[in-house]
Design a protein around this ligand. Structure first.
Ligand code: 9PG
Length: 670
């Protein structure tokens, strides 16, 4: 067993394993983490709701002890430090843990209210580093900007770039720096340097506080856990979430390692296989009828031999109102139990969409229970989104009546109606800022109370999160949409002149869905099954070209995630249908985007398990590319056409159409 050693250094205690050395500078109030030729110096602090703050920097650290731990991350040793406080100050403690078999350091802050008045904590700056690079080196580094919820853009930016503009409260929470110069990533970031060094910092516990990692203008990283102003009574204690820092020379493996650690800490819920299916949304949208579902169901049943899909999922469009999930509209005359029965009769499992934390201004739910809504500071119901021609308010999941109502809705849908799978959409609504019935619940806690109620009601059926905050969903959903909506068009419909604009990266568009499908590779399997959003195969009622459809299929297949089709199947040719059939065996591990830290979106995807290499041309014109192969291969075959491709064994030169791609099967000779 590689042990964790504990000893004394010149400026304070030292914890060390074979990967990393943690040194305490007791006088300076900092710790240093050294791995390879990287050394990071960091302090820790807390910010109060009244504007006050405490920081260990300069104040000094006391050593409270070291203990042996054995937890979700394995066996290790924890060092407990505390800020040297003045007599009238609360106590800020800081725990740093090294594990025998992990290269990362885990850190957590804990505040004890040793004063005689209540305290409100805004946020823990669990770790605040010194500058990680000189200003002149800044544009040699890339910053992995991870989005807040399913639809939030996730990509690498140059560290010298400006951040994306937030679209709160939908795709970003409201916690943002003022002005430019800071890059903000939700939950986790990886900062990759020119020489292959990478520093990955992220939170591995996510049930109680939302978290961010900021890269400031001076090159310093801050990992922040938001306590949202909850009150700590005298004598009480409040902890931050737990963050890890992983210094490595291989950024591409650090993100999956982080995902595994988060999944272990939070008890990610597994599912024995990756589901497949058909979904109504991207063909019929809100106009879907019972007849549309039945017609496609009949086709799916007839095609089953060649196309063995598992679920038929009814999306938005059956309900009588946003919030009124238990009453249908006139397009579904036989009701939803009848439809689930038809789906089962044909040998499929049945899925249903709901947006359980929303109440439309025109809904009966809102008319009957206006008091169930989250409030804005002025007392108005808090708006989560404007959609379906109305304002939609967020339900306050800290209200017992709301929890009871969620229980009733989801028991009806599953136990009475018979649905086997629920797609819970727009669920970020429960986690937006607002005034809650329970003033001591954080945004993350309120959200999880809602999600836990759904989980209790549906038992072990499949829950697909959508529009869902990534961190606090871990452990409660089986599948997760990890990108913006796909669309039967490559670019977003709006902002024609500005199609590739950073401000439309969360809008429905094939290119936007594909970006996140690639960049969120590390969440697949470790946190849940990734849903890359639907494949659109029809060749009418779409503006996707042949090359674009092929790229969509290629990236979805390479994602290893859930293959779901969303077409009127009478519009899909047998050739296109076969593409879907060929994706089914590709369910498995996610492809690694080999150039994630070089460009956005990444162009080269690699699945070592299947020997598959995909190359994508994101440009609007044909392009010649030469790609280095990740392993020596003597024979290359085009996955889709079977055609042999020439190669010198180490590189391959390809001509790709606009938005086109090549999927190559690599083989060593016998
Ligand atoms: C149903 C759809 C589909 C889709 C979901 C979600 O910001 N917006 O206005 C916005 C509207 C719809 C949307 C995402 C964002 O799509 O992702 O698969 O279920 O709802 O309404």
């Amino acid at each position: 067993m590689p042990e964790v050693r504990y000893g004394d250094g010149p400026s304070g205690p030292v914890l060390e394993n074979e990967h990393v050395r943690l040194t305490v500078n007791a006088e300076g109030g900092t710790i240093s983490l050294a791995a390879g030729d990287v050394e990071i110096v960091a302090s820790s602090g807390v910010r109060f709701a009244d504007g006050g703050a405490l920081s260990t920097l300069g104040a000094g650290l006391e050593v409270r002890g070291a203990e042996v731990v054995d937890d979700a991350q394995g066996r290790g040793r924890a060092l407990i430090l505390a800020l040297r406080a003045a007599a009238d100050e609360p106590e800020l403690a800081f725990t740093a843990t090294l594990y025998e078999n992990q290269p990362f350091v885990a850190v957590r802050s804990t505040l004890t209210n040793t004063t005689d008045a209540p305290l409100r904590v805004h946020a823990f700056d669990v770790l605040r580093t010194g500058p990680l690079f000189a200003p002149a080196e800044r544009d040699g580094w890339r910053f992995y900007r991870h989005g807040w919820q399913s639809w939030s853009p996730t990509l690498t930016l140059s560290a010298a770039d400006r951040d994306l503009r937030p679209l709160s409260p939908i795709v970003d929470p409201a916690t943002r720096p003022e002005g430019d110069g800071t890059l903000v990533s939700e939950l986790v970031t990886s900062l990759a340097g020119p020489d292959g060094r990478a520093i990955t910092t992220g939170f591995i516990s996510t049930a109680d506080q939302l978290s961010q990692v900021w890269l400031d203008g001076d090159g310093a990283l801050t990992a922040t856990s938001y306590a949202d102003g909850v009150e700590i009574a005298p004598g009480e204690t409040l902890s931050s979430e737990r963050a890890v820092v992983d210094i490595t020379s291989d950024a591409l493996s650090a993100l999956p390692r982080y995902g595994e650690a988060l999944g272990r800490e939070m008890g990610a819920v597994s599912w024995p296989h990756v589901p497949s299916g058909w979904c109504s949304w991207y063909q019929y949208f809100g106009a879907v009828t019972e007849d549309d579902i039945v017609a496609n169901l009949e086709r799916l049943a007839a095609l089953r031999e060649d196309l063995p899909l598992e679920y038929v999922q009814v999306d938005d469009g059956y309900q009588s109102g946003i919030g009124d999930w238990l009453t249908v509209n006139e397009k579904f005359p036989h009701g939803m139990a009848w439809l689930a029965e038809r789906i089962h009769e044909r040998g499929f499992k049945a899925g249903l969409w709901l947006a359980p934390f929303l109440a439309g201004a025109q809904s009966r739910l809102f008319a009957e229970h206006p008091d169930w809504m989250l409030r804005s500071p002025s007392g108005e119901p808090a708006v989560a989104i404007q959609n379906w021609g109305q304002l939609c308010y967020a339900l306050d999941c800290t209200r017992p009546e709301v929890i009871q109502w969620l229980d009733e809705v989801f028991r009806t849908v599953t136990e009475e109606w018979g649905y086997d799978y629920v797609k819970i959409d727009f669920v970020y609504a429960a986690a937006i800022e607002g005034v809650r019935f329970d003033p001591n619940a954080t945004r993350a806690q309120a959200y999880r109370r809602g999600l836990e109620a759904i989980r209790r009601a549906v038992g072990d059926r499949f829950v697909l999160g959508c529009g869902a905050p990534i961190g606090p969903s871990v452990g409660l959903v089986n599948g997760m949409r990890i990108g913006p909506d796909v669309a039967p068009a490559w670019y977003p419909d709006l902002h024609r002149g500005d199609r590739q604009s950073r401000s439309t990266m969360s809008f429905p568009a094939a290119v936007n869905a594909l970006r996140n499908t690639i960049t969120r590779y590390w969440t697949h399997g470790s946190l849940w099954q990734n849903d890359p959003d639907c494949l659109l195969l029809r060749d009418r009622e779409t503006s996707l070209t042949d090359a674009e459809v092929r790229t969509l299929a290629t990236v979805i297949g390479m994602s290893g995630g859930m293959p779901l089709d969303s077409d009127d199947l009478s519009l899909v040719s047998p050739e296109r249908r076969e593409m879907l059939a060929r994706l089914l065996p590709l369910r498995g591990p996610a492809a690694v985007p080999l150039d994630l830290f070089e460009r956005d979106p990444p162009r080269v995807l690699w699945r070592a398990d299947a020997g598959l290499l995909a190359v994508v041309n994101w440009e609007d014109m044909p392009r010649d590319v030469t790609v280095e192969m990740p392993v020596a291969a003597e024979r290359l075959r085009d996955f889709w056409s079977g055609e042999e491709i020439a190669s010198d064994g180490s590189t391959v030169a390809l001509r790709l159409p606009a938005h086109g791609s090549r999927l190559l099967a690599l083989a060593r000779s016998r």
